[in-house]
Design a protein around this ligand. Structure first.
Ligand SMILES: Cc1cc2nc3c(=O)[nH]c(=O)nc-3n(C[C@H](O)[C@H](O)[C@H](O)COP(=O)(O)OP(=O)(O)OC[C@H]3O[C@@H](n4cnc5c(N)ncnc54)[C@H](O)[C@@H]3O)c2cc1C
Length: 385
Protein backbone atom coordinates (compact mmCIF):
# COMPACT_ATOMS: atom_id res chain seq x y z
CA UNK A 1 0.00 0.00 0.00
CA UNK A 2 1.33 3.53 -0.79
CA UNK A 3 2.35 5.60 2.27
CA UNK A 4 -0.41 7.48 4.03
CA UNK A 5 0.17 11.24 3.69
CA UNK A 6 -3.36 12.65 4.21
CA UNK A 7 -5.39 11.65 7.24
CA UNK A 8 -8.85 13.07 7.89
CA UNK A 9 -10.68 12.46 11.17
CA UNK A 10 -14.49 12.92 11.08
CA UNK A 11 -15.56 13.89 14.62
CA UNK A 12 -13.52 15.88 17.16
CA UNK A 13 -14.66 14.33 20.42
CA UNK A 14 -12.73 12.13 22.82
CA UNK A 15 -11.64 9.69 20.12
CA UNK A 16 -10.98 12.15 17.29
CA UNK A 17 -8.82 14.49 19.35
CA UNK A 18 -6.83 11.59 20.79
CA UNK A 19 -6.26 10.15 17.30
CA UNK A 20 -4.72 13.45 16.15
CA UNK A 21 -2.49 13.72 19.22
CA UNK A 22 -1.44 10.05 18.98
CA UNK A 23 -0.59 10.31 15.29
CA UNK A 24 1.78 13.22 15.91
CA UNK A 25 3.29 11.54 18.96
CA UNK A 26 3.97 8.42 16.88
CA UNK A 27 5.80 10.49 14.27
CA UNK A 28 3.16 10.88 11.55
CA UNK A 29 4.22 14.00 9.62
CA UNK A 30 1.67 14.11 6.78
CA UNK A 31 -1.44 16.31 6.47
CA UNK A 32 -3.89 16.01 9.32
CA UNK A 33 -7.45 17.40 9.30
CA UNK A 34 -9.81 17.12 12.27
CA UNK A 35 -13.41 17.92 11.32
CA UNK A 36 -16.00 18.81 13.94
CA UNK A 37 -19.74 19.15 13.45
CA UNK A 38 -19.84 21.31 16.56
CA UNK A 39 -18.91 25.00 16.44
CA UNK A 40 -17.04 25.11 19.76
CA UNK A 41 -13.54 23.91 20.56
CA UNK A 42 -13.49 20.12 21.20
CA UNK A 43 -14.49 19.20 24.74
CA UNK A 44 -14.90 16.26 27.12
CA UNK A 45 -18.37 14.85 27.74
CA UNK A 46 -18.09 13.16 31.17
CA UNK A 47 -18.31 16.45 33.14
CA UNK A 48 -21.57 17.35 31.33
CA UNK A 49 -23.60 15.11 33.65
CA UNK A 50 -21.47 15.93 36.69
CA UNK A 51 -19.51 19.11 37.54
CA UNK A 52 -20.55 21.13 34.47
CA UNK A 53 -24.16 21.20 35.71
CA UNK A 54 -22.95 23.17 38.73
CA UNK A 55 -20.24 25.21 37.05
CA UNK A 56 -20.71 25.67 33.28
CA UNK A 57 -17.28 27.15 32.56
CA UNK A 58 -16.18 25.90 29.09
CA UNK A 59 -12.53 26.24 30.10
CA UNK A 60 -13.07 23.33 32.51
CA UNK A 61 -14.09 20.92 29.76
CA UNK A 62 -12.16 21.96 26.63
CA UNK A 63 -9.46 19.44 25.79
CA UNK A 64 -7.09 22.19 24.65
CA UNK A 65 -7.03 25.82 23.58
CA UNK A 66 -7.08 26.70 19.87
CA UNK A 67 -3.29 27.20 19.73
CA UNK A 68 -2.72 23.57 20.69
CA UNK A 69 -4.11 22.33 17.36
CA UNK A 70 -1.66 24.57 15.47
CA UNK A 71 1.14 23.20 17.61
CA UNK A 72 0.01 19.72 16.53
CA UNK A 73 0.12 20.96 12.93
CA UNK A 74 -3.53 19.92 12.64
CA UNK A 75 -6.16 21.73 10.65
CA UNK A 76 -9.19 21.96 12.95
CA UNK A 77 -12.45 22.55 11.07
CA UNK A 78 -15.27 23.66 13.38
CA UNK A 79 -19.04 23.66 12.80
CA UNK A 80 -18.75 22.10 9.36
CA UNK A 81 -19.68 18.39 9.41
CA UNK A 82 -18.63 15.82 6.88
CA UNK A 83 -21.73 15.24 4.76
CA UNK A 84 -20.63 12.64 2.21
CA UNK A 85 -17.72 10.33 1.49
CA UNK A 86 -16.78 9.47 -2.09
CA UNK A 87 -14.86 6.24 -1.51
CA UNK A 88 -13.73 5.51 -5.09
CA UNK A 89 -12.09 8.95 -5.28
CA UNK A 90 -11.04 9.04 -1.60
CA UNK A 91 -12.57 12.45 -1.04
CA UNK A 92 -15.17 13.77 1.35
CA UNK A 93 -17.43 16.81 1.34
CA UNK A 94 -18.09 19.22 4.16
CA UNK A 95 -21.42 20.99 4.62
CA UNK A 96 -19.80 24.24 3.46
CA UNK A 97 -19.18 22.59 0.08
CA UNK A 98 -15.43 22.12 0.54
CA UNK A 99 -13.94 18.87 -0.77
CA UNK A 100 -11.10 17.23 1.19
CA UNK A 101 -8.89 14.38 -0.07
CA UNK A 102 -7.80 11.55 2.18
CA UNK A 103 -5.50 8.54 2.06
CA UNK A 104 -7.00 7.33 5.32
CA UNK A 105 -10.27 8.40 6.95
CA UNK A 106 -11.03 7.83 10.64
CA UNK A 107 -14.72 7.83 11.56
CA UNK A 108 -15.04 9.15 15.12
CA UNK A 109 -18.63 10.34 14.93
CA UNK A 110 -19.68 9.11 18.39
CA UNK A 111 -23.23 8.45 19.49
CA UNK A 112 -26.32 10.45 20.37
CA UNK A 113 -28.94 9.94 23.08
CA UNK A 114 -31.89 7.72 22.27
CA UNK A 115 -34.87 10.05 22.12
CA UNK A 116 -38.54 9.83 22.97
CA UNK A 117 -39.55 11.57 19.77
CA UNK A 118 -42.99 12.61 21.05
CA UNK A 119 -41.26 14.63 23.78
CA UNK A 120 -38.21 15.95 21.96
CA UNK A 121 -39.78 19.29 20.93
CA UNK A 122 -40.84 20.26 24.46
CA UNK A 123 -38.76 23.03 26.03
CA UNK A 124 -38.31 21.49 29.47
CA UNK A 125 -37.38 18.00 28.19
CA UNK A 126 -33.65 17.27 28.01
CA UNK A 127 -31.75 14.51 26.19
CA UNK A 128 -28.38 15.47 27.59
CA UNK A 129 -25.42 14.96 25.30
CA UNK A 130 -23.64 18.15 24.36
CA UNK A 131 -22.31 21.32 25.95
CA UNK A 132 -25.40 23.41 25.17
CA UNK A 133 -27.93 20.92 26.54
CA UNK A 134 -25.89 20.51 29.74
CA UNK A 135 -25.57 24.29 30.19
CA UNK A 136 -29.33 24.75 29.69
CA UNK A 137 -30.21 21.91 32.06
CA UNK A 138 -27.75 23.15 34.69
CA UNK A 139 -29.40 26.59 34.58
CA UNK A 140 -32.76 24.98 35.50
CA UNK A 141 -31.30 22.72 38.18
CA UNK A 142 -29.37 25.52 39.86
CA UNK A 143 -32.75 27.21 40.38
CA UNK A 144 -33.83 24.16 42.41
CA UNK A 145 -36.57 23.00 40.01
CA UNK A 146 -38.27 19.62 40.43
CA UNK A 147 -36.84 17.02 38.07
CA UNK A 148 -38.15 13.77 36.69
CA UNK A 149 -35.67 11.31 35.20
CA UNK A 150 -36.99 8.70 32.78
CA UNK A 151 -34.49 5.80 32.85
CA UNK A 152 -32.07 4.70 35.56
CA UNK A 153 -28.79 4.38 33.60
CA UNK A 154 -25.36 5.81 34.44
CA UNK A 155 -25.67 9.26 32.90
CA UNK A 156 -29.22 9.80 34.12
CA UNK A 157 -28.32 8.82 37.68
CA UNK A 158 -25.33 11.16 37.63
CA UNK A 159 -27.68 13.98 36.67
CA UNK A 160 -30.18 12.92 39.37
CA UNK A 161 -27.35 12.98 41.90
CA UNK A 162 -26.13 16.43 40.85
CA UNK A 163 -29.72 17.73 40.85
CA UNK A 164 -30.36 16.43 44.39
CA UNK A 165 -27.12 18.10 45.52
CA UNK A 166 -28.40 21.36 43.99
CA UNK A 167 -31.57 21.13 46.09
CA UNK A 168 -33.97 19.82 43.43
CA UNK A 169 -36.76 17.37 44.22
CA UNK A 170 -35.85 14.39 42.01
CA UNK A 171 -37.98 11.41 40.95
CA UNK A 172 -36.56 8.56 38.87
CA UNK A 173 -38.87 6.32 36.85
CA UNK A 174 -37.15 3.07 35.81
CA UNK A 175 -38.96 0.22 34.10
CA UNK A 176 -36.70 -2.48 35.58
CA UNK A 177 -36.98 -3.45 39.24
CA UNK A 178 -33.46 -2.15 40.01
CA UNK A 179 -31.11 0.59 38.78
CA UNK A 180 -28.17 -0.18 36.45
CA UNK A 181 -29.57 -3.70 36.27
CA UNK A 182 -27.70 -4.70 33.10
CA UNK A 183 -24.42 -3.09 34.08
CA UNK A 184 -23.46 -3.93 37.67
CA UNK A 185 -23.97 -6.79 40.14
CA UNK A 186 -26.95 -6.58 42.49
CA UNK A 187 -24.83 -5.62 45.52
CA UNK A 188 -23.65 -2.46 43.73
CA UNK A 189 -27.10 -1.61 42.37
CA UNK A 190 -28.69 -1.96 45.84
CA UNK A 191 -25.90 0.05 47.49
CA UNK A 192 -26.30 2.94 45.03
CA UNK A 193 -30.08 2.88 45.34
CA UNK A 194 -29.79 3.29 49.12
CA UNK A 195 -27.26 6.12 48.73
CA UNK A 196 -29.46 8.00 46.25
CA UNK A 197 -32.52 7.53 48.49
CA UNK A 198 -30.60 8.79 51.51
CA UNK A 199 -29.85 11.97 49.52
CA UNK A 200 -33.55 12.50 48.88
CA UNK A 201 -33.98 11.01 45.38
CA UNK A 202 -37.32 9.19 45.00
CA UNK A 203 -37.55 6.07 42.84
CA UNK A 204 -40.47 4.51 40.97
CA UNK A 205 -38.89 1.16 40.03
CA UNK A 206 -40.57 -1.37 37.77
CA UNK A 207 -42.67 1.43 36.28
CA UNK A 208 -42.79 2.94 32.79
CA UNK A 209 -44.05 6.25 31.49
CA UNK A 210 -47.18 5.56 29.43
CA UNK A 211 -48.67 9.04 28.92
CA UNK A 212 -47.90 12.72 29.44
CA UNK A 213 -49.66 16.07 29.53
CA UNK A 214 -48.35 19.34 28.16
CA UNK A 215 -48.83 22.98 29.01
CA UNK A 216 -48.05 24.96 25.86
CA UNK A 217 -44.53 23.99 24.77
CA UNK A 218 -43.69 22.42 28.14
CA UNK A 219 -44.23 18.97 29.53
CA UNK A 220 -46.44 19.28 32.62
CA UNK A 221 -46.72 15.74 33.99
CA UNK A 222 -46.23 12.09 33.13
CA UNK A 223 -48.42 9.10 33.96
CA UNK A 224 -46.84 5.78 34.83
CA UNK A 225 -48.30 2.34 34.09
CA UNK A 226 -49.82 2.07 37.60
CA UNK A 227 -51.89 5.20 36.89
CA UNK A 228 -49.80 7.62 39.03
CA UNK A 229 -49.30 11.14 37.73
CA UNK A 230 -45.98 12.87 38.42
CA UNK A 231 -45.58 16.59 37.75
CA UNK A 232 -42.11 18.07 37.22
CA UNK A 233 -40.53 21.35 36.10
CA UNK A 234 -37.80 19.56 34.18
CA UNK A 235 -37.76 16.12 32.54
CA UNK A 236 -34.53 14.31 31.65
CA UNK A 237 -34.67 11.34 29.31
CA UNK A 238 -31.81 8.90 29.95
CA UNK A 239 -32.61 5.77 27.97
CA UNK A 240 -29.29 4.98 26.32
CA UNK A 241 -27.54 6.02 23.13
CA UNK A 242 -27.49 5.16 19.44
CA UNK A 243 -24.34 5.24 17.30
CA UNK A 244 -23.97 7.99 14.68
CA UNK A 245 -23.66 5.82 11.58
CA UNK A 246 -25.45 7.90 8.92
CA UNK A 247 -22.23 9.03 7.24
CA UNK A 248 -20.88 5.47 7.09
CA UNK A 249 -24.17 4.04 5.84
CA UNK A 250 -24.44 6.73 3.17
CA UNK A 251 -20.90 5.87 2.06
CA UNK A 252 -21.96 2.24 1.61
CA UNK A 253 -19.96 0.88 4.56
CA UNK A 254 -21.33 -2.05 6.53
CA UNK A 255 -23.43 -0.80 9.46
CA UNK A 256 -25.21 -2.85 12.12
CA UNK A 257 -25.89 -0.96 15.37
CA UNK A 258 -22.51 0.70 14.80
CA UNK A 259 -20.02 0.95 11.97
CA UNK A 260 -18.93 -2.66 11.53
CA UNK A 261 -15.16 -3.12 11.84
CA UNK A 262 -12.74 -6.02 12.14
CA UNK A 263 -10.30 -6.77 14.96
CA UNK A 264 -8.00 -4.05 13.57
CA UNK A 265 -10.84 -1.50 13.52
CA UNK A 266 -10.85 -1.42 9.71
CA UNK A 267 -14.31 -0.93 8.28
CA UNK A 268 -15.44 -2.77 5.15
CA UNK A 269 -13.18 -0.27 3.28
CA UNK A 270 -9.48 -0.69 4.21
CA UNK A 271 -8.93 3.08 3.78
CA UNK A 272 -11.45 3.85 6.51
CA UNK A 273 -11.24 2.99 10.23
CA UNK A 274 -13.84 3.58 12.93
CA UNK A 275 -13.26 4.27 16.62
CA UNK A 276 -15.03 5.18 19.83
CA UNK A 277 -18.79 5.07 20.42
CA UNK A 278 -19.67 4.62 16.73
CA UNK A 279 -17.81 1.34 16.05
CA UNK A 280 -18.94 -2.24 16.53
CA UNK A 281 -16.01 -4.66 16.56
CA UNK A 282 -15.23 -8.23 17.67
CA UNK A 283 -13.95 -8.66 21.24
CA UNK A 284 -13.42 -12.13 22.68
CA UNK A 285 -15.34 -13.53 19.72
CA UNK A 286 -18.45 -11.35 20.13
CA UNK A 287 -19.35 -8.11 18.30
CA UNK A 288 -19.47 -5.30 20.87
CA UNK A 289 -20.02 -1.56 20.94
CA UNK A 290 -18.36 0.19 23.89
CA UNK A 291 -19.27 3.70 24.99
CA UNK A 292 -16.57 4.91 27.35
CA UNK A 293 -13.65 7.29 27.51
CA UNK A 294 -11.29 4.32 27.87
CA UNK A 295 -12.44 2.75 24.59
CA UNK A 296 -12.44 6.09 22.72
CA UNK A 297 -8.83 6.69 23.81
CA UNK A 298 -7.58 3.10 23.33
CA UNK A 299 -9.19 2.71 19.92
CA UNK A 300 -7.81 6.11 18.84
CA UNK A 301 -4.29 5.07 19.82
CA UNK A 302 -4.77 1.74 18.11
CA UNK A 303 -5.78 3.33 14.81
CA UNK A 304 -2.92 5.84 15.03
CA UNK A 305 -0.55 2.89 15.42
CA UNK A 306 -2.09 1.16 12.39
CA UNK A 307 -1.70 4.29 10.27
CA UNK A 308 1.96 4.59 11.28
CA UNK A 309 2.67 0.97 10.37
CA UNK A 310 2.28 -0.87 13.69
CA UNK A 311 -0.17 -3.65 12.92
CA UNK A 312 -1.89 -5.57 15.75
CA UNK A 313 -5.39 -6.65 16.75
CA UNK A 314 -7.35 -4.38 19.10
CA UNK A 315 -7.95 -6.25 22.38
CA UNK A 316 -8.83 -3.71 25.06
CA UNK A 317 -9.75 -4.44 28.65
CA UNK A 318 -12.97 -2.40 28.90
CA UNK A 319 -13.26 -0.11 31.90
CA UNK A 320 -15.54 2.71 32.92
CA UNK A 321 -16.22 5.00 35.85
CA UNK A 322 -19.19 6.91 37.16
CA UNK A 323 -19.48 9.52 39.93
CA UNK A 324 -22.83 9.52 41.69
CA UNK A 325 -24.40 9.67 45.14
CA UNK A 326 -21.08 10.85 46.56
CA UNK A 327 -19.00 7.83 45.46
CA UNK A 328 -16.77 6.84 42.56
CA UNK A 329 -17.76 3.52 41.01
CA UNK A 330 -15.29 1.84 38.63
CA UNK A 331 -15.91 -1.16 36.43
CA UNK A 332 -13.46 -3.43 34.62
CA UNK A 333 -14.13 -6.23 32.15
CA UNK A 334 -17.68 -7.56 31.95
CA UNK A 335 -18.87 -7.58 35.55
CA UNK A 336 -22.49 -8.21 34.74
CA UNK A 337 -22.98 -9.50 31.20
CA UNK A 338 -22.42 -13.14 32.07
CA UNK A 339 -21.29 -14.64 35.33
CA UNK A 340 -21.91 -17.72 37.43
CA UNK A 341 -21.05 -16.24 40.80
CA UNK A 342 -19.77 -13.12 42.49
CA UNK A 343 -17.32 -12.59 45.34
CA UNK A 344 -17.67 -9.65 47.76
CA UNK A 345 -14.47 -7.89 48.92
CA UNK A 346 -14.93 -5.64 51.95
CA UNK A 347 -13.17 -2.25 51.84
CA UNK A 348 -11.83 0.06 54.52
CA UNK A 349 -15.25 1.67 55.19
CA UNK A 350 -18.98 1.01 54.69
CA UNK A 351 -18.83 3.10 51.52
CA UNK A 352 -15.94 1.11 49.99
CA UNK A 353 -16.14 -2.43 48.62
CA UNK A 354 -15.61 -4.50 45.51
CA UNK A 355 -17.55 -7.24 43.76
CA UNK A 356 -15.69 -9.71 41.53
CA UNK A 357 -17.61 -11.72 38.91
CA UNK A 358 -16.62 -15.21 37.75
CA UNK A 359 -17.59 -17.47 34.89
CA UNK A 360 -16.72 -20.90 36.24
CA UNK A 361 -13.34 -20.23 37.86
CA UNK A 362 -12.45 -17.46 35.44
CA UNK A 363 -12.47 -13.85 36.68
CA UNK A 364 -14.45 -11.90 34.02
CA UNK A 365 -14.85 -8.47 35.57
CA UNK A 366 -15.43 -6.49 38.69
CA UNK A 367 -16.87 -3.34 40.17
CA UNK A 368 -15.22 -1.28 42.89
CA UNK A 369 -16.76 1.45 44.99
CA UNK A 370 -14.21 3.85 46.46
CA UNK A 371 -11.34 1.36 45.93
CA UNK A 372 -9.25 2.70 43.02
CA UNK A 373 -6.27 0.44 43.72
CA UNK A 374 -8.45 -2.65 43.63
CA UNK A 375 -9.84 -1.41 40.29
CA UNK A 376 -6.33 -1.12 38.84
CA UNK A 377 -5.48 -4.59 40.14
CA UNK A 378 -8.58 -5.97 38.40
CA UNK A 379 -7.56 -4.35 35.12
CA UNK A 380 -4.07 -5.83 35.38
CA UNK A 381 -5.51 -9.25 36.13
CA UNK A 382 -7.91 -9.08 33.18
CA UNK A 383 -5.13 -7.90 30.84
CA UNK A 384 -2.95 -10.84 31.87
CA UNK A 385 -5.71 -13.47 31.47
C1 LIG B 1 -23.13 13.23 29.60
C2 LIG B 1 -22.10 12.16 29.38
C3 LIG B 1 -21.38 11.66 30.47
C4 LIG B 1 -20.43 10.65 30.28
N1 LIG B 1 -19.72 10.19 31.36
C5 LIG B 1 -18.78 9.22 31.19
C6 LIG B 1 -18.01 8.73 32.29
O1 LIG B 1 -18.20 9.14 33.43
N2 LIG B 1 -17.07 7.79 32.06
C7 LIG B 1 -16.83 7.30 30.79
O2 LIG B 1 -15.95 6.43 30.61
N3 LIG B 1 -17.55 7.74 29.72
C8 LIG B 1 -18.51 8.68 29.89
N4 LIG B 1 -19.25 9.13 28.82
C9 LIG B 1 -19.03 8.52 27.50
C10 LIG B 1 -17.86 9.16 26.76
O3 LIG B 1 -17.90 10.55 26.85
C11 LIG B 1 -17.93 8.72 25.31
O4 LIG B 1 -17.85 7.31 25.29
C12 LIG B 1 -16.83 9.34 24.46
O5 LIG B 1 -16.97 10.74 24.41
C13 LIG B 1 -16.87 8.76 23.06
O6 LIG B 1 -15.93 9.41 22.27
P1 LIG B 1 -16.16 9.52 20.69
O7 LIG B 1 -14.99 10.26 20.15
O8 LIG B 1 -16.50 8.21 20.12
O9 LIG B 1 -17.49 10.40 20.54
P2 LIG B 1 -17.78 11.88 21.04
O10 LIG B 1 -16.87 12.27 22.13
O11 LIG B 1 -19.25 11.91 21.29
O12 LIG B 1 -17.44 12.77 19.77
C14 LIG B 1 -18.06 12.57 18.52
C15 LIG B 1 -18.05 13.90 17.79
O13 LIG B 1 -18.28 13.66 16.42
C16 LIG B 1 -19.11 14.71 15.91
N5 LIG B 1 -19.70 14.28 14.65
C17 LIG B 1 -20.73 13.42 14.45
N6 LIG B 1 -20.96 13.29 13.11
C18 LIG B 1 -20.06 14.09 12.48
C19 LIG B 1 -19.79 14.38 11.10
N7 LIG B 1 -20.52 13.85 10.12
N8 LIG B 1 -18.78 15.25 10.83
C20 LIG B 1 -18.03 15.81 11.81
N9 LIG B 1 -18.26 15.57 13.13
C21 LIG B 1 -19.25 14.70 13.45
C22 LIG B 1 -20.10 14.91 17.06
O14 LIG B 1 -20.76 16.15 16.93
C23 LIG B 1 -19.15 14.85 18.25
O15 LIG B 1 -18.61 16.12 18.51
C24 LIG B 1 -20.21 10.13 28.99
C25 LIG B 1 -20.95 10.62 27.89
C26 LIG B 1 -21.89 11.62 28.08
C27 LIG B 1 -22.69 12.13 26.91
Amino acid sequence: MPPIRRVVIAGAGQGGVHTAASLRRLGYDGDLTLVSAEPSLPYQRPPLSKTFLRDPDPAHIDFHDAAHYSTLDTRLVLGDPVTTVDRPNQTLSLRSGETVRYDHLVLATGSRPRRITDLAHLRNVFHLHDRDSSAALGEQLREGRSMLLAGGGFIGLEIASAAADLGCAVTVVEQLPSILAHAVPTQVSDFLLDRHRARGVRFRLGRSVVAFTTDGDRLASVTTDDGSEIAADVVVVGIGSVPCTELAAHAGLKVDDGVVADTRLHTSDPHISAIGDCVRFPLAGRPVRLTSVQHAMDSALHVAKQITGRDAPYRPVPWFWTDQAGVKVQMAGAPRAEHDRTEFVAGPSDAAFAVRSFLGDRFVGGVTVGMPREHLAMRRELAAS
